[in-house]
Design a protein around this ligand. Structure first.
Ligand code: DQQ
Length: 534
């Protein structure tokens, strides 16, 4: 085996080597989960893209297969880019993906399984009718901004619909197509949705979510008990943002609800590194599952040295919050199978200015859940009305900046002498009519190696600390800290590359750098076992 690699993860999805990016066409077929993804067969940077393929019975352990799709036709000879699967009503999966043609135009192609009785769906046959959708002079589609078809949904009129990401000048577009037979696709006059100033929309995702339920529904489900989510990956800023709204099937348009914001200042799936994500409906467990690509924060040179780049986030179940204003995400329950010995601490007061080590877990490979209760709310620092940008506020008030209520939280991947650590924490402010909770992931001291991007991330968390406990879960896996605040209302994923806090030299602490005491109402930490990924 190659020399020991401290940054390879143990329970996140990653192939043995090379570059990976977007998750493509996730699905469940005959009880097997399929993950396909953008993969460079030749190196640790983007290029030579094929659809690599793995399957799993539990979304935790994976079996690799040969690439499912690779350039082989005129319509994809310069690349097989992102796309989705649709399960047809009689159970047949169909892939639609973006091909790059000889003129470097982006076109949409189809592939079908060669042998439906192979549960692994190892071989795929491309349609001789490809491309099924192409930019032409008549349809005025931008030839280099036309990609990433979604899962199709079936309307009450018997026509299939899907969207393809695009832009016109700086207006982001979700171009809508309709088809009666899945082969002949006709572009609609109107996009499903568009927004000025947002730039190219990559990897759109459009799906229904149930009101007042954590269960997921098939993409074609309609009716009074669903709302819709439109997710877009903004090429300009590399963030996945979404809005919640309604789908007017008669006009075939999506309308974000009042108060929902299109673009980068809108809601995000994840306020750290997380891009080009995609959901699918898990018909075996009636849930909607989100996959997202998490890129490196290291330099390209370091990526080439280590021979790989990119991992997939732990799959997350996702549903509509009871407020109907945002989504909630939680790591799939199956990941808890990897939990080993548990360290559980009794309820206790965490005094202002104090911290302690949580010992007895493999801190480089752990799952930590902690919840805080706050009684001295009146002592909260007043929120300056100009502090509107949570990420900027987290950078300004990092883990070492004392406050009143907070910063308190977790120090992950900490070295013995505290030269390195990643701090995930809360601060509570007094807003003008309510308390405001800020959640931060501060990477500024995560590594002594300054070639890494150590940007601090942050978000406001919609939890009322008067009535609710403030919970934090961190999935720590060598070079990633994936954090969930408020039981999944805010997610922040950070890539970090400690030089000292590696393997058994990593430590885990709980800290409170505020002047006020807080209560730890529960704390459990588990050593995580290694998943079988390849
Ligand atoms: N990655 C794919 C494109 C997509 C982009 C190419 C998003 O299809 O727009 O690898 O990361």
């Amino acid at each position: 085996p190659p020399e020991h690699q401290p940054y390879r993860t143990s329970f996140h999805f990653q192939p043995p080597k090379n570059w990976i990016n977007d998750p493509n066409g996730p699905m469940i077929y005959r009880g097997l989960y399929h993950l396909l993804y953008q993969y460079n067969t030749k190196g640790a940077t983007w290029g030579n893209i094929v659809w690599a393929h793995s399957t799993s019975t539990d979304l935790v352990n994976w079996t690799p297969h040969e690439p499912a799709i690779y350039p082989s036709q005129t319509s994809d000879i310069n690349g097989c880019w992102s796309g989705s699967t649709t399960i047809l009503p009689w159970g047949t999966p169909v892939i639609l993906y973006t091909g790059i043609d000889p003129q470097n135009r982006q076109v949409q192609n189809m592939a079908m399984p060669k042998n439906l009785s192979d549960p692994y769906l190892r071989e795929w046959v491309k349609s001789p009718k490809n491309p099924l959708m192409a930019p032409t002079a008549a349809n005025q589609i931008n030839v280099s901004s036309f990609r990433d078809p979604t899962t199709a949904w079936l309307g009450p009129d018997g026509s299939w619909r899907l969207i393809v990401g695009s832009k016109r000048y700086s207006r982001g577009l979700a171009i809508l197509y309709r088809s009666k037979d899945f082969f002949h696709w006709v572009k609609s006059q109107h996009p499903l949705h568009s927004a000025e100033g947002t730039g190219m929309w990559e990897c759109p995702d459009f799906f229904p979510v149930l009101i007042n339920s954590k269960l997921g529904v098939d993409t074609s489900t309609m009716g009074p008990d669903v709302k819709y989510v439109l997710k877009l990956s903004l090429d300009d800023t590399k963030h996945d943002y979404y809005t919640v709204g309604t789908y007017n099937i008669d006009k075939d348009i999506y309308i974000p609800d009042k108060g929902q914001v299109d673009g980068d200042s809108g809601l995000r799936y994840d306020y750290g590194k997380f891009y080009a994500s995609k959901t699918f409906f898990d018909s075996a467990k009636n849930r909607r599952i989100l996959w997202g690509w998490i890129n490196e924060s290291s330099s390209v040179n370091d990526d080439i040295k280590k021979g790989w780049a990119g991992i997939q986030a732990i799959p997350r179940a996702l549903w509509l919050d009871i407020s109907q204003k945002q989504l909630v995400q939680w790591p799939i329950r199956e990941i808890e199978k990897l939990r080993g010995n548990e360290v559980r601490l009794p309820k206790q007061v965490l005094k202002g200015g104090f911290s302690f080590e949580v010992s007895g877990v493999t801190a480089s490979q752990a799952d930590v859940e902690v919840s805080f209760g706050i009684s001295e709310l009146a002592k909260a620092e007043v929120l300056d009305p100009s502090w509107k940008n949570p990420q900027a506020l987290c950078s300004k008030k990092g883990a070492l900046v004392d406050g009143s209520l907070g910063p308190f939280g977790v120090l992950a991947l900490a070295s013995k002498g505290m030269q390195e650590y990643t701090a995930v924490f809360f601060r509570i402010f007094k807003g003008h009519d309510k308390y405001v909770v800020l959640m931060c992931s501060d990477q500024s001291r995560s590594s002594l190696n300054n070639n890494n991007d150590k940007t601090t991330y942050g978000a406001f968390l919609n939890v009322d600390p008067v009535r609710e406990k403030l919970s934090l879960r961190c999935l720590i896996d060598h070079s990633i800290v994936e954090s969930f605040g408020g039981e999944g209302k805010v997610c922040i994923s950070a890539r970090v590359y400690p030089t000292l806090a590696i393997d058994d030299k990593a430590h885990l602490h709980v800290f409170n750098n505020g002047t006020q005491n807080v209560q730890i109402t529960a704390l459990s930490a588990w050593s995580m076992k290694k998943a079988r990924i390849y």
